[in-house]
Design a binder for this molecule. Sequence first.
Ligand code: GDP
Length: 202
Amino acid sequence: MIITSASFVRSSVTVSQCPPPDKPEFGFIGRSNVGKSSLINMITGSKGLAKVSGSPGKTRTINHFLINEGWYLVDLPGYGYAKVPARMKESWNRSVQEYILKRENLACLFVLIDSRHEPQNSDLAFMEFLGLNGIPLARVFTKSDKLSPAAVWKSIENYDRVMLSRWESLPATFVSSTLRKKGKEEILSFIQETINNLSKLA
Ligand code: GDP
């Protein structure tokens, strides 16, 4: 897929504020600082679409971007160790949960995982929540340039081992590096394929 247009549509706090669910939607989520904004910018080819910053936990709203006039890319608030009061964290979690469970046009949620770390409970618990609720997901192992290829595969294997004890099959998996421009084509092909399959079903 070639991206011909990408524009910001709206920031929402609740599902009811989101744009009408009239196009397939692909969400991006992960722990704060996992590289989500950088990945979104790489995928869309627009440097400033999502804001990259050194301070974790800045995305607090559900941000919709319209891509190629045909589908929505959604930047979701990061979960995990955002440096905010617990009360605020709770309200973010509520709004993200509500979005995930109620957004009817959500075609796939890309869960971003930092390649460098051992399997994290928060990532595993989040993916389990998606699986239990039948939400389609894919994994993206980010910042792969910080490791050797063998070490990246080891990280993925570590996740696979834990997940295979609880899952019947593993979700689609991608490896990305915004530094090396890696993962873009694969993720966009997957999105295109998912859109094609949805239109066959319609
Ligand atoms: P977010 O908080 O998940 O949106 O993460 P950002 O996209 O803001 O990135 C957090 C930090 O990680 C920034 O300093 C980025 O420059 C850096 N970063 C993001 N992706 C990559 C990557 O693929 N490789 C490397 N080496 N650094 C990255």
